[in-house]
Write a new protein. Structure first.
Length: 336
C-alpha cells in the first residue's frame, strides 16, 4: 500500500523553540514511519521579515541540524532547504497571480507581523510578507500531499492553499491534490513565558520569554523559574484565568504524555515552585540527548549530504509538477 504524504517546514527566523518542537517536530518524528514526509527549512519565508544575513545563516544551520538531532531521518523522509528547490519560488509566483488581494488581506499572520515591523520604526513592510501565503501554497501543493501537520496557529494558511488549489483545478484541469490540515494530536499552542496570552515565537525579542532547543540546562531552569504565573498558588488547568500555570502544565503534559486530570492529581497540594521544578526537569531530560546529537552533527559532511540528497529527490518531483502547471496554464509554447 502506498503511504499517505505530508509536507511541513519551519522558518529559520530564530533558533527552534520548545513551541516549534512540541507543536510540530515531535510529531514529524513519529509520523515518518507511517507517512511519506517532505520536510523543508523555509529560508525563503524567513526573508519576508527583515533579516541580518549572518544571523540568518546561523539560524538556518541550527534549524537544519536540529531537524536531524530531534530524530528526523534522511532515509525515511525527504528533508531539504527550500531555496535548493527553486520550483517552490516559481510555483509561488504562479500562485501569486491566482490569489486575490482580498483573501491575502484577511490573513491574521500578516496583520500581526506587519504590525511588528511597523512598531520597530526601522523598516518598511516587505511586499513578500503580504504574499507569504502564496509561497506557502506552492510549498504545500507541490508534492500532492494528503496532509499538512501544523500547529493550530497555521490553520488559516492551509485554508488559503486549499482555496487556491480548488480554484486552479476548476480553471486549468486536475493539477493539485487538495490537502487537509492535520492539527497535531496535542493541539496545543505553547505560550510565551513572560506573556502567556501570546504564543512562544522564535523571533521574540525577549530571550526570557522563550525556551530554545539549544538553551543550556541552567538557562532552562532559570527561565522556567522566572515564568509569569499568578498570585493564587493553586495548580489548576484553566487557560482563561490562569494562562501562565496552564502553559507550564501543558508543557509537562506533552512531555510526559499525561492528561489534564493526571497532571492536576500529580500537583495536588503542591505549590508553584514544585510545578516549575518538575517542568524544568522534564524539559532538561528531553533536551539533553537532542543537544548531544546536535553537537555531533553540526558541521558534519554527513548532514550536508542528507540535505543534498533530499533536495535532489524533491527537485525531480517539483520539476514535473511545475511543467504540468505551466502546460495547463498555456505557459509552454511547445506543448499543449
Ligand atoms: N508556540 C507554538 N506552539 C505550538 N506550535 C507552534 N508553532 C510555532 N510556534 C508554536 C508551529 O511550528 C511550525 C513552524 O512554524 P514557522 O517557523 O514556519 O512559523 P511560525 O508559526 O511563525 O513560528 P514562530 O516560532 O512563531 O516563528 P516567528 O517568530 O518567525 O513567527 C508551525 O506549524 C507552527 O504552527
Amino acid at each position: 500500500m502506498t503511504k499517505k504524504k505530508m509536507v511541513s517546514g519551519i522558518t529559520p527566523s530564530g533558533t527552534m523553540t520548545l513551541g516549534n518542537y512540541l507543536g510540530v517536530v515531535k510529531q514529524w518524528v513519529e509520523f515518518q514511519n507511517e507517512y511519506d514526509m517532505y520536510i523543508f527549512i523555509a529560508n525563503l519565508h524567513a526573508i519576508t521579515m527583515p533579516q541580518d544575513k549572518e544571523k540568518l545563516r546561523k539560524n538556518l544551520k541550527e534549524v537544519s541540524t536540529l531537524y536531524f538531532a530531534c530524530g528526523m531521518d534522511a532515509n525515511k523522509s525527504t528533508i531539504f532547504l527550500q531555496s535548493d528547490v527553486m520550483e517552490h519560488a516559481q510555483l509561488g509566483w504562479i500562485m501569486n497571480t491566482q490569489s486575490t488581494m482580498g483573501e491575502l488581506s484577511r490573513m491574521t499572520q500578516f496583520k500581526d507581523k506587519s504590525a511588528k515591523v511597523e512598531s520597530s520604526g526601522k523598516e518598511s513592510i516587505p511586499a513578500g510578507l503580504f504574499t507569504y501565503p502564496t509561497l506557502m501554497a506552492a510549498d504545500i501543493l507541490m508534492y500532492d500531499v494528503d496532509f499538512v501537520p501544523v500547529g493550530v496557529d497555521q490553520k488559516q494558511h492551509i485554508e488559503i492553499a486549499r482555496d487556491i488549489a480548488i480554484r486552479m483545478n476548476n480553471k486549468f484541469g486536475d493539477l493539485f491534490t487538495i490537502p487537509e490540515a492535520l492539527i497535531t494530536k496535542n493541539n496545543i499552542k505553547i505560550m510565551d513565558l513572560q506573556d502567556p496570552t501570546k504564543k512562544m515565537s522564535k523571533s521574540s525579542t525577549n530571550p526570557k520569554a522563550i525556551i530554545t532547543m539549544l538553551d543550556k540546562p541552567e538557562e532552562i531552569r532559570s527561565k522556567i523559574k522566572a515564568a509569569v504565573t499568578d498570585s493564587e498558588n493553586l495548580i489548576k488547568y484553566d487557560f482563561e484565568n490562569k494562562p501562565g500555570v496552564t502553559n507550564l502544565m501543558n508543557i509537562y503534559m506533552i512531555l510526559k504524555g499525561i492528561t489534564k486530570e493526571q497532571a492536576e492529581a500529580h500537583w495536588n497540594n503542591k505549590n508553584y515552585k514544585d510545578l516549575k521544578d518538575d517542568v524544568a526537569e522534564a524539559i532538561v531530560e528531553m533536551i539533553t540527548p537532542i543537544q548531544n546529537r546536535y553537537n555531533e552533527l553540526y558541521n558534519s559532511k554527513e548532514m550536508e549530504q542528507w540535505l543534498e540528497d533530499g533536495a535532489n529527490k524533491a527537485r525531480k518531483i517539483a520539476y514535473k509538477k511545475l511543467q504540468k502547471v505551466q502546460n495547463n496554464m498555456g505557459l509552454n509554447y511547445k506543448r499543449k
